[in-house]
Design a binder for this molecule. Structure first.
Ligand code: KIV
Length: 301
C-alpha cells in the first residue's frame, strides 16, 4: 500500500481525517475547532463518533483519573498508557498528547526524546506543552523532529506553585504584553495551535486576531478559534462545583449514581438477574438433570 493512501478520507462522503493542515484551514475559513480531553478507550470512541476535531490526552488525568491534587504527579510512562488506550479508539480526530511535568523542563534533548515517544510508542499525532518564550527553542527542536507541537499559555497548571494557585492570567496591561510576546514566540517557533487557558476574553480575542495559527480556549471566552473542555467537567463527573468557564453538557454523575443504587437494590432483593438474564441447559439435558436431582436422597443435616 502506498503511504500516500492516507487514512479515512472517503470519496463516498464518509468521515474525513482531521489533520494539522485541516485545523489551520478551519481557522482560515473562520470555522471553529472543537476539542475535548479523553483518557480511555470508551470515552475516546464517543468523542470520535461525535465528530469532534481534536482529542487531548491531557495531564489533567492526574486529577480526574488518578485523584491527585494537581497535574504534577503523572509520569511519562503513565501518560503513554492512557494515550495508547485513546489511540485504539480514535480514527478521525487529531490525537494530541500532553507532555507531563518533568518530561521536557530539564533539558531539550530529553524533551525531544519524550515527544518522539508519544508518537512512536503511543500513536499520538502531536504533543502539547506548557510555557511561552522560554519554550521556543524546544518547540523548534521538536517540530524539527517532525512532531507537531501545540503550545499552552495563560493559566498553565504545571506552574501552579509559581502562580500561587489556579489564577486567571493576563489581567494587567503588562501581563497582556508578556502573553503577546509568548504566543508570538511559540507561533514563530512552529506551534500549529496554542491553548489559551484562564485568560480574559478581551485578551484572548486580541491574541486570536493577531495569530495566524488557531487558539484553543479554555476559560478564555468565545472569540478563540476553538474550545476545549475536560471530559469529567463537561459530563458532570467531578465531585466539586465546576469552575465558571465549565458548561456541564451532561449530568453523568447523577445518572451513574442512580444506576448503581438501582443495581444494589435489585441484587439485594434478588430481582437481578432475572430468568431471561440467565443461561439455560438444552431442554433434554435440563430434564435429565432435574430427574437426577429428584432421585438424589435428601442429605441429612
Ligand atoms: O490537561 C489538560 O486537560 C489540558 C487542557 C485543560 C487544555 O491541558
Amino acid at each position: 500500500m502506498s503511504v500516500w493512501a492516507g487514512g479515512g478520507c472517503s470519496a463516498s462522503g464518509g468521515w474525513k481525517k482531521i489533520t494539522i493542515p485541516s485545523l489551520l484551514e478551519k481557522k482560515r475559513a473562520g470555522l471553529r475547532i472543537s476539542a475535548v480531553t479523553a483518557y480511555d478507550f470508551a470515552s475516546a470512541r464517543l468523542v470520535d463518533e461525535a465528530g469532534l476535531d481534536a482529542v487531548l490526552v491531557g495531564d489533567s488525568l492526574a486529577m480526574v483519573m488518578q485523584g491527585h491534587e494537581s497535574t504534577l504527579d503523572v509520569t511519562m510512562d503513565e501518560m503513554l498508557v492512557y494515550t495508547r488506550a485513546v489511540r485504539r479508539a480514535v480514527r478521525r480526530a487529531l490525537l494530541v498528547a500532553d507532555m507531563p511535568f518533568g518530561s521536557y523542563q530539564v533539558d531539550e534533548a530529553e524533551g525531544v526524546r519524550n515527544a518522539i515517544r508519544f508518537v512512536k510508542e503511543a500513536g499520538a499525532e502531536a504533543v502539547k506543552l506548557e510555557g511561552g518564550r522560554e519554550r521556543a527553542d524546544l518547540v523548534r527542536r521538536i517540530v524539527g523532529a517532525q512532531v507537531p507541537v501545540m503550545g499552552h499559555v495563560g493559566l498553565t497548571p504545571q506552574a501552579v506553585h509559581r502562580m500561587g494557585g489556579y489564577k486567571v492570567q493576563g489581567r494587567t496591561l503588562e501581563a497582556v504584553e508578556v502573553l503577546r510576546q509568548d504566543v508570538r514566540a511559540l507561533a514563530e517557533a512552529g506551534c500549529f495551535a496554542i491553548v489559551l487557558e484562564g485568560v480574559p476574553r478581551e485578551v484572548a480575542a486580541i491574541l486570536t486576531a493577531e495569530l495566524s495559527i488557531p487558539t484553543i480556549g479554555i476559560g478564555a471566552g468565545p472569540e478563540c478559534d476553538g474550545q476545549i473542555l475536560v471530559w469529567h467537567d463537561m459530563m458532570g463527573l467531578t465531585g466539586s462545583s465546576p469552575a465558571k468557564f465549565v458548561r456541564r453538557y451532561a449530568d453523568a454523575g447523577t445518572l451513574m449514581r442512580d444506576a448503581l443504587a438501582r443495581y444494589k437494590r435489585d441484587v439485594e432483593s434478588g430481582a437481578f438477574p432475572s430468568d431471561a438474564e440467565s443461561y439455560h441447559m438444552p431442554l433434554g439435558a435440563r430434564e435429565e438433570l432435574e430427574a437426577q436431582n429428584e432421585a438424589q436422597p435428601e442429605v441429612q443435616a
